[in-house]
Design a protein around this ligand. Structure first.
Ligand code: SAH
Length: 284
């Protein structure tokens, strides 16, 4: 049904976990939304507090390693379908909307259908984790820059780039890389990364279940190798990590519980509006 495009899509970041890190602007849009399409890494408390009872709430999470993901095509279709019905749609993503997300696909599809949109930022998990772990990412005298990276697909990092990463004094933050961490460490140490660099893994950053583990990058094999980190977790490497000793302000939860539900479990809580999504997921 091609209506006269009175609908609109708000592409919004929900922050890294702590519901209070949601911006006021996104909270307001959630209160107004007719339809909310949400990622897995969004706090349930945010959805409970702000999404209207009569709004359509659809979980379109992706969790590739668990093999239960909503195909991007389905998300695109839902965005267009609801917007063309004249609805106000909030597409809610964990952290910030533009960091390691599929925002480009969504922007392209919205542009192609001439659907109006807004992009509202959120606190990306690197910044949430750094703050809640007491690790100032570009502390004066320690580091002058920070790089947001991922080692999810090993083929995208060339040897020359690893060498550069091993040599730089920039703080390195790796998203989606806790399962490939051994490779990250091997590549950096192989290229002679300085021994004053520490490595931190922040599990479930900014949630009540946050845990931080820190070791010298050259001690990784003895101290952290083989450990299974709880999803989501983030890796920070650099001299700044040592500042946590002095400025960390939040104790580890020491819990192994998961704050964000796995994608598959979410399907027990969804409404019939998501039949289409369920159908796609079961076939994915
Ligand atoms: N757009 C998101 C990132 C999506 S990619 C953002 O801006 O944060 C998903 C990856 O983000 C996870 O694999 C993990 O590395 C990281 N991540 C997201 N939320 C996190 C959290 N609360 N704690 C630790 N890492 C998190």
């Amino acid at each position: 049904m091609k209506a006269n495009h009175t609908g609109k899509v708000i592409l919004a970041g929900a922050g890294p976990g702590d519901p209070e890190l949601l911006t006021i602007k996104v909270a307001r849009y959630l209160q107004q939304a007719d339809v909310v399409l949400t990622d897995r890494l969004v706090s349930e408390d945010i959805l409970k507090a702000y999404v209207r009872q009569d709004a359509t709430l659809i979980y379109v999470g992706k969790q590739c390693r668990r093999g239960a993901s909503t195909p991007q095509e389905t998300i695109n279709e839902l965005l267009v379908e609801y917007a063309e019905q004249g609805k106000l749609v909030v597409r809610l993503k964990g952290g910030d909307v533009s960091i390691f997300s599929n925002i480009l696909d969504e922007l392209q599809i919205l542009a192609a259908h001439q659907i109006p949109y807004e992009i509202i930022p959120g606190v990306t998990s690197a910044l949430g984790a750094a703050a809640y772990a007491g690790i100032p990412l570009t502390a004066r005298g320690y580091s002058t820059a920070v790089r947001l990276l991922t080692y999810y697909k090993s083929d995208v990092v060339t040897d020359a780039y690893w060498k550069e990463l091993a040599t730089t004094d920039d703080t390195l933050v790796f998203y989606m890389s806790s399962e490939t961490l051994e490779g990250v460490v091997a590549n950096l140490t192989r290229h002679g990364i300085n021994g004053d660099k520490l490595l931190a893994v922040v599990e479930q950053a900014t949630t009540p279940l946050q845990n931080l583990q820190v070791c010298n990058i050259y001690d990784y094999n003895e101290q952290l190798k083989g450990r299974k980190f709880i999803s989501p977790s983030l890796v920070i490497i650099g001299r700044v990590v040592g500042l946590h000793e002095q400025f960390g302000w939040l104790a580890n939860s020491n819990s192994r519980e998961e704050y964000f539900k796995p994608v598959a479990k979410l399907f027990t809580t969804i409404t019939d509006h998501t039949e289409k999504v369920k159908d796609h997921v079961s076939r994915a």
